[in-house]
Design a protein around this ligand. Structure first.
Ligand code: WQD
Length: 336
């Protein structure tokens, strides 16, 4: 059985569907702080399969341990964590406590119960202001906000854990910019509150919740002056987790992988593609750069292709079409 922490969330729920469809048994642990039980019902509806759900916060050691007592957990995919960059700057203590202590509780329970296969949801944000692009996994890491620091600290904690006990198999997955939605339109990105990221904000404008898009910075040294990122379809990301799980099944060690497409697209590329494939207008206004933003960040994914046999298959048009399909079918997210 695979335990998915944060399995009710955006990437977690899509990974849960992929695991069930690949024949895995799963259990989901989630405190629903940035997700809803509705996504769990939709996972069951899409796959026709059932699974146990534990409404548990990883900060609750006893409740988390109960999940391992009640199920034979073979491996864990660990998504649960706070993830808003801007918010982390205003609430660092909550971010460090939630993300680090939660992970320490999880790992201590896993160690005590002999569960030593872990896939960790890390982030490309650990590359900080990368010297050059595309970035490879051996490039220097640095962080510019508490959220990114929690991800880098957890990567280092897990490396130290392996040094202390060579019996562990740990995959550190550095996501770039996950967007898109399940092809059915039943699962998608459903952020609570006002979104920060580009795609959810485009969706808010298209739904009329915001009157125009703000383009943060048009004076970057990029092909059109706007910021460049490596957008990856959440369905490709889900498959990357299955590939990493198989790696943990076959080898012991700590393995770090970029999960991106290897192609960088600008803000205007995304806006114009979204508008074209969905035949919608997206009013916009240009503003100065957003503090903390890097100019350009996209992945070299050679290592994941060579070692995991994984590569992204869906393109920007799929990401835009599928995100739009989800919001049209769920204008109020999971609160329809
Ligand atoms: C993308 C581009 C903005 C909003 C963050 C985290 C990263 C990961 C993904 C968790 C940038 C521009 C954005 C808007 C804009 N999260 N933009 N107008 O900052 O690349 O990455 O989310 O792991 O860790 O750092 O994503 O979507 O916020 O920004 O112009 O209203 O879109 O300037 O160039 P980012 P983003």
């Amino acid at each position: 059985m695979i335990l998915i922490t944060g399995g009710a969330g955006f990437i977690g729920s899509h990974t849960a569907v992929a695991l069930l469809e690949a024949g895995y048994e799963i259990a989901v642990l989630d405190n629903l702080s940035n997700s809803s039980e509705e996504s769990l019902k939709r996972i069951k509806s899409i796959t026709g399969k059932d699974f146990p759900f534990y409404y548990v916060d990883l900060l609750d050691y006893v409740a988390t341990d109960r999940v391992f007592r009640e199920n034979k957990i073979d491996a864990v995919i660990h998504f649960a964590g706070l993830k808003a960059v801007g918010e982390s700057v205003t609430m660092p203590l909550e971010y460090y406590h939630n993300n680090i202590t939660g992970t320490l509780n999880l790992c201590m329970i896993m160690k005590r119960r002999g569960v030593k296969k872990l896939v960790f949801s890390s982030s490309a944000t650990v590359y900080g202001f990368a010297e050059k692009v595309p970035v490879t996994e051996d490039m220097p890491t640095s962080t510019t906000n508490p959220y990114g620091s929690t991800k880098l600290m957890i990567e280092n904690i897990l490396k130290d854990l392996f040094v202390s006990d060579g019996d562990w198999s740990i995959a550190l997955l550095r996501y770039f910019n996950p967007i898109g939605a399940h092809k059915s339109g039943m699962l998608g990105e459903n952020p609570n509150g006002i979104p920060n990221n580009l795609m959810p904000r485009i969706c808010s404008v298209v739904l009329g919740k915001m009157d125009k898009m703000t383009i943060w910075g048009t004076d970057y040294e990029t092909h059109d002056g706007t910021g460049v990122r490596d957008y990856i379809h959440v369905l490709d990301l889900a498959q990357g987790h299955i590939a990493a799980l198989k790696k943990c099944d076959s080898d012991k060690g700590v393995f770090t992988y970029n999960l991106g497409t290897g192609t960088g697209y600008s803000v205007l590329d995304l806006l114009d593609t979204f508008s074209r494939v969905n035949n919608v207008e997206i009013p916009r206004v240009s503003m100065p750069r957003r503090p903390g933003d890097v100019e350009s960040l996209y992945a070299d994914c050679t290592k994941a292709k060579e070692e995991l046999g994984w590569e992204a298959k869906l393109g920007l048009e799929d990401m835009c079409r599928d995100s739009y399909n989800f919001i049209i079918k769920n204008p109020k997210g999971y609160n329809n």
